[in-house]
Structure formats: structure tokens, C-alpha cells
Design a binder for this molecule. Structure first.
Ligand SMILES: CCCCCCC/C=C/C(=O)SCCNC(=O)CCNC(=O)[C@H](O)C(C)(C)COP(=O)(O)OP(=O)(O)OC[C@H]1O[C@@H](n2cnc3c(N)ncnc32)[C@H](O)[C@@H]1OP(=O)(O)O
Length: 257
């Protein structure tokens, strides 16, 4: 499929989506949204792909939702069209999605990164929710997810002042899982994705579902959910293979069954 605003490539078992609107610092317009979700759905349906990386350029992962596209919209339009709801398609992807962030990840760009399963940042990454400076607020989960990632005080600071957080602060605060030199960012993210893609896919997907559940439910309910998933894994060939391989001191050969 030919895309206008993203580049799509498969390396081994890893699908790579690169946001590609350099003239607008990868601002997220309606076309980007539709194309990213379509590419993700394509990888989700492709059994040869086990994990996905979303990245941008060295200067910008994404500098936010496209302000020029939003500028003149009316309340009636954004309400009736449920502006940005299509991004929820990302949340229905069951394979792991890693954000590889260099440069600006602002507004919707920061929100897109936080919708991924984890974030690997280049040393020049800058995260922020500057919507307040435009007279609005985050519209795709920023006020909720950022607060869960970094806590109330820092989330308030960022949403109310619009200030940016650099990669070191983002790692300290738990927003990103690792920080690497910009030159190594894509290979680090692809390496992590490749490692995941070579594991048992049902086990990977159940791990993802269980961690996500921690955001949505009580501790008691989450622990019950984890226990049930854990028990169900003993119905998988991959559980037998993984444990046998350990005991026999060999590499596991997972079949995703
Ligand atoms: C999954 C999530 C999607 C849903 C999102 C829901 C709600 C989200 C709302 C938002 O995201 S509002 C936008 C928040 N972002 C910002 O306010 C950042 C805006 N950009 C900047 O402040 C600066 O561009 C910068 C990032 C600090 C970089 O500055 P620099 O001087 O280096 O470059 P510029 O000359 O400013 O930009 C180059 C070029 O890119 C255009 N551009 C930058 N950001 C956007 C944007 N968000 N939307 C549209 N266009 C953008 C900028 O206008 C320049 O283009 P020209 O005007 O020269 O043609």
C-alpha cells in the first residue's frame, strides 16, 4: 500500500513505521492518523511480524497534532466528527508497539508515544504537553497517561506551564524506559522489537494485556486477571517448549501455539 505521510518497512520480524512530514516536524494530521492506524492493522494481521516500532526523524518524533489543520475547526465539527478518536485504533493492536523518540515529542506527539507500549528515547528527545500555550489542553490522553507515568506534580507542571522535559528527566521520571545516543536509537528499538518478536507470541500478548490491565483496574482485580492468564499459559505448547529448553540447556524454539 502506498502512503503519503509515513514510510513503512519490515526488517526480519519487525514492522517499522516512520512518520514522514519533515516540512511540518511530523505534525499529526488526519492523513497521518489514518495511515499509521492502517499500517499498524496491516502488521497486526501479518503473522510474519511480531513487534512494531514507530519512529520519526532526528529533529522530531512529532511536534503535535497539526495546528494548521485544527485552527479553524468549530466545536460542532470536532464533536460530531469525534476528532482524533481514530487514534484509538492503536490501542486495539495486540502486538507490542515501541516508540523510538528523537527530538520533539510534543502535544499529540507525546500522546502518541505514550499510547505505545514503551518508549526508547534518543539523548536529544524533548517531551511536552504545550497545548496550554495554544489555549487548549491535551486531547488524546496526555492529562491522564502523563499523570500515571510521572505523577501529579510533574504532570501538572508540564500541562500548566507547557514546559518541555528532556530525555534524562523523562528517564528519571519513568516516562521512557531507556535513553540512547540518537545514532543508536533505531537499532536499539529494532533490537528490542526483534528480541520480543522471537519469543512466544501468545505469551508476549498476554504479558502486554496484563501490564495494560494494571492501568485500568484495582490491584486485587489485576492480580486475579494475571493469575488466570498465567494458568492459561499451561495450555500452550510454548510453555512446555520454553521450560523444557531451559532444563535441557538449549535455545527455545517457540511455535506460537
Ligand atoms: C495520538 C495523538 C493525536 C491527537 C492529539 C490530540 C490533541 C493534541 C493537540 C496538540 O498536539 S496541539 C500542538 C502541540 N504542539 C505544539 O504546540 C508545538 C508547535 N511547534 C513548535 O512549537 C515549534 O515548531 C518547535 C517544535 C518548538 C520547533 O521549532 P523550530 O523553530 O525548530 O521549527 P518551526 O519553524 O517552528 O517549525 C517548522 C515547520 O513545522 C511547522 N510545525 C511545527 N509544529 C507544528 C504543528 N504542531 N502543527 C503544524 N505545523 C507545525 C511549523 O509551522 C513550520 O512550518 P512553516 O510554518 O515554516 O511552514
Amino acid at each position: 500500500m502506498a502512503y503519503e505521510t509515513i514510510l513503512v518497512e519490515t526488517r526480519g520480524k519487525v514492522g517499522i513505521i516512520t512518520l514522514n512530514r519533515p516540512q511540518a516536524l511530523n505534525a499529526l494530521n488526519t492523513t497521518v492518523m489514518a495511515e499509521v492506524v492502517a499500517a499498524l492493522q496491516g502488521y497486526e494481521a501479518n503473522d510474519a511480524v511480531g513487534a512494531i516500532v514507530i519512529t520519526g526523524s532526528e529533529k522530531a518524533f512529532a511536534a503535535g497534532a497539526d495546528i494548521k489543520e485544527m485552527q479553524s475547526k468549530t466545536y460542532a465539527e470536532v464533536f460530531a466528527g469525534d476528532l482524533f478518536a481514530e487514534w484509538d485504533g492503536l490501542l486495539r493492536i495486540r502486538k507490542p508497539v515501541i516508540a523510538a523518540v528523537a527530538g520533539y515529542a510534543l502535544g499529540g506527539g507525546c500522546e502518541l508515544a505514550m499510547m505505545c507500549d514503551f518508549i526508547i528515547a534518543g539523548e536529544n528527545a524533548k517531551f511536552g504537553q504545550p497545548e496550554i500555550t495554544l489555549g487548549v489542553m491535551p486531547g488524546m490522553g496526555g492529562s491522564q497517561r502523563l499523570t500515571r507515568f510521572v505523577g501529579k506534580s510533574k504532570a501538572m507542571d508540564m500541562c500548566l506551564t507547557g514546559r518541555m522535559m528532556d530525555a534524562a528527566e523523562a528517564e528519571r521520571s519513568g516516562l521512557v524506559s531507556r535513553v540512547v545516543p540518537v545514532a543508536d536509537l533505531l537499532s536499539e528499538a529494532i533490537g528490542a522489537a526483534e528480541k520480543i518478536a522471537n519469543l512466544s507470541m501468545p505469551a508476549v500478548m498476554m504479558n502486554k494485556e496484563a501490564v495494560n490491565r494494571a492501568y485500568e483496574t484495582t490491584l486485587a482485580e489485576g492480580l486475579r486477571f494475571e493469575r488466570r492468564l498465567f494458568h492459561s499459559m499451561f495450555a500452550l505448547d510454548d510453555q512446555k517448549e520454553g521450560m523444557s529448553a531451559f532444563v535441557e540447556k538449549r535455545k527455545a524454539n517457540f511455535t506460537n501455539r
